[in-house]
Design a protein around this ligand. Structure first.
Ligand SMILES: Nc1nc2c(ncn2[C@@H]2O[C@H](COP(=O)(O)OP(=O)(O)OP(=O)(O)O)[C@@H](O)[C@H]2O)c(=O)[nH]1
Ligand SMILES: [Mg+2]
Length: 268
């Protein structure tokens, strides 16, 4: 038990969370809800927290934030509804908030709400999250819609491939949410061990990165974090090249230097 009266968090972590506008006092665990826009995050959030929630803005931003709580097994969980984003590249206020919260706020559990009818695009986001944290539960939502469209998903295989639990839900109809909460609790209590799939562990990806890096360094002399940029390019994110070019140009105007600093996500 630390001085904040919480059994699981150090006070420095509380301070970090407070900077993000999250007060964890009297809560045992923090849980972030992340995902692409329109996947049902707020529907899950409302179903789990009911009226025990309040909304405001993220500190210093115009993006709205909802936080709430639920109890399970005599423990209190604070739930934070992150802005819906397609990536975590800091390209917009929303992406910056979501990524900074995951990287620096370090929630005990991150629930990634995934649209089962649009799995490919959503998995791109999941893989980015797994680069940041392995304390993840995939909420495979809109399963009713997927069924209606004749889409079949082998959730057990998906779970095996991703190395984190996958729970099928239809949040609008409150289906699967009990199992979701149980799994959140299992991760929070470290009763469920995950083995998150990391993109950079795959030999083919390593090879592709090694092939791309010299081209990047030739095109942008003095570039920093070229491996991370190469990974973003493999993701299909061409805007990162514009950022690299823009930063180089701005830097050379400002300082005469050609060094680019593009933020790199923390990997565990
Ligand atoms: N059929 C079906 N619709 C759902 C389900 N879950 C959510 N929805 C609907 O999907 C729409 C979007 O849900 P939200 O909960 O607002 O999605 P969100 O991820 O919070 O969206 P953003 O905050 O804009 O990123 C709403 O109309 C929900 O009623 C589900 O399991 N099945
Ligand atoms: Mg929402």
């Amino acid at each position: 038990m630390d001085e904040c009266g919480c059994s699981t968090k150090s006070c420095s972590l509380h301070d970090t969370l407070k900077k993000h506008g999250i007060d964890l006092q009297n809560f045992d665990f923090s849980v972030a809800l992340a995902g692409n826009p329109n996947t049902g995050k707020s529907t899950v959030f409302n179903a789990l927290t009911g009226l025990r929630q309040h909304t405001g803005n993220w500190p210093g931003k115009t993006v709205s934030r909802a936080e709430g709580m639920f109890e399970f097994g005599k423990k209190k969980y604070k739930l934070i509804d992150l802005p819906g984003t397609y990536s975590l590249l800091s390209a917009s206020q929303e992406e910056e908030i979501a990524r900074n919260f995951l990287v620096f706020g370090r929630p005990d559990v991150t629930v990634v709400v995934v649209d089962a009818t649009n799995l490919e695009r959503n998995l791109n986001f999941v893989l980015q999250i797994l680069e940041i944290t392995g304390d993840v539960v995939i909420c495979l939502n809109l399963m009713d819609e997927a069924k209606r469209k004749g889409i079949e998903i082998d959730d057990a295989r998906l779970e095996q491939k991703l190395g984190v639990p996958v729970i099928a839900t239809s949040a609008r109809y409150k289906k699967g949410l009990g199992k979701l909460v149980q799994t959140i609790s299992g991760i929070a209590h470290k009763e469920i061990n995950t083995d998150p799939h990391k993109m950079n562990n795959i030999p083919q990806i390593q090879e592709a990165i090694s092939e791309l890096v010299p081209h990047l360094e030739q095109a942008f002399p003095g570039i920093l974090n070229s491996r991370w940029i190469a990974m973003r390019l493999i993701d299909g994110d061409k805007t990162v090249l514009d950022s690299a070019a823009g930063s180089l140009y701005a830097n050379s105007l400002d300082t005469g230097s050609k060094v680019v600093k593009i933020e790199e996500p923390v990997t565990e």
